[in-house]
Design a protein around this ligand. Structure first.
Ligand code: FAD
Length: 288
């Protein structure tokens, strides 16, 4: 079964006006690919609250795209988090990606705010009380580093879905088998909600190696070989990144995967190239 997949794109809120202008250009370029939704991340410790809110409400107001706002529990009371969500609901935002978040780098293991939501399952339940949001949550094919065991991590995912989430988006991974094994384990555990693979096209291999060590994602040896010697050759890296991510998606599609969430890093070219390779064409072209 290889029908045209359904896609979504993730962006981060830029720090300055130059980055913001680039984000709107990126959104313009990717909008014709018809994403089911576009999500905007929430910076560590709620640091981007205003920027995330500004971007999702502008997407809602000025584009035909459906925005999804990421929200974390870090460093905020339940009331403060609810207030953010209520503001979004009043602005017409209907989709939230509910996450626990992480403690600031170097400050040790995660500790919830004393009056805050302790984890994403609690946040999901809280959001349900604020409005009838569509809620997506995170899932970890290689288990979250804080989890006691793969089984405990799956139980946690179930708690988030039982609390009212309707979809899980995964942490990135680089081997199709990693996702497929996880999908089987979810099915065996009775999880029926869509588990959408999060796809990260690798543009900066060094950074991905660093980040993967922290978040527990495996960087396969074949990938290190593929990117070896390309540190100073961004153009070749782009080509390798597009073909590697496309191959991963095609392997997943051959196993019946029909939804993909792309971590765009606010760059349109790679996501666009991969979409085209998967048969997702811009609307104008398809209509011509
Ligand atoms: C798709 C996606 C998007 C993301 N977007 C953002 C973003 O915008 N901003 C940001 O800061 N971070 C983001 N993250 C990162 C995320 O915040 C971290 O991975 C964080 O460490 C965990 O968040 P979570 O929502 O998965 O946590 P949770 O699901 O709450 O769980 C985290 C860990 O704690 C364990 N745990 C939770 N509750 C319990 C319990 N009651 N008992 C025992 N163990 C428990 C779980 O097993 C798991 O190991 C994103 C991650 C993903 C996958």
């Amino acid at each position: 079964m290889n029908r045209i997949p359904s896609i979504s794109f993730e962006f981060f809120p830029p720090k300055d006006t130059v980055g913001e202008a680039k984000l709107w250009e990126t959104l313009d370029k990717l909008a014709p690919y018809g994403p089911r939704f576009v999500s905007v991340t929430y910076g560590a410790g709620g640091s981007t609250r205003e920027r995330t809110s500004g971007i999702v409400t502008r997407i809602k107001r000025e584009t035909g795209l459906e925005p999804a706002a990421h929200l974390t529990c870090v460093g905020a009371t339940r009331d403060a988090v609810d207030e953010v969500a209520r503001g979004w609901w009043n602005a017409g935002i209907r989709h939230v990606v509910a996450l626990r978040g992480d403690s600031p780098a170097g400050s040790g293991p995660y500790a919830p705010h004393p009056s805050g939501y302790a984890n994403a399952a609690e946040l999901t339940a809280g959001l349900r009380r604020v409005g009838d949001f569509e809620i997506s949550v995170g899932a970890y094919p290689e288990s979250h580093p804080d989890s006691a065991s793969p089984e405990a991590d799956l139980d946690n995912l179930k708690r988030k879905l039982d609390a009212g989430a309707t979809r899980a988006i995964t942490q990135y991974f680089f081997d199709a088998s990693t996702f497929l094994r996880f999908r089987d384990r979810c099915a065996a555990a009775g999880i029926t909600a869509p588990i959408v693979p999060g796809i990260l096209p690798v543009t900066n291999f060094k950074k991905v190696v660093e980040f993967s060590a922290a978040c527990g994602a495996t960087v396969p040896a074949w990938m290190a070989e593929l990117f070896a010697g390309l540190d100073d050759d961004p153009e070749t890296r782009q080509l390798v990144a597009a073909s590697t991510a496309s191959e991963l998606c095609l392997a997943l599609m051959a196993e019946g995967v029909q939804d993909f969430h792309f971590y765009t890093l606010n760059r349109p070219q790679l996501a666009a190239a991969i979409c085209r390779r998967l048969g997702v064409r811009p609307e104008l072209e398809a209509a011509a």
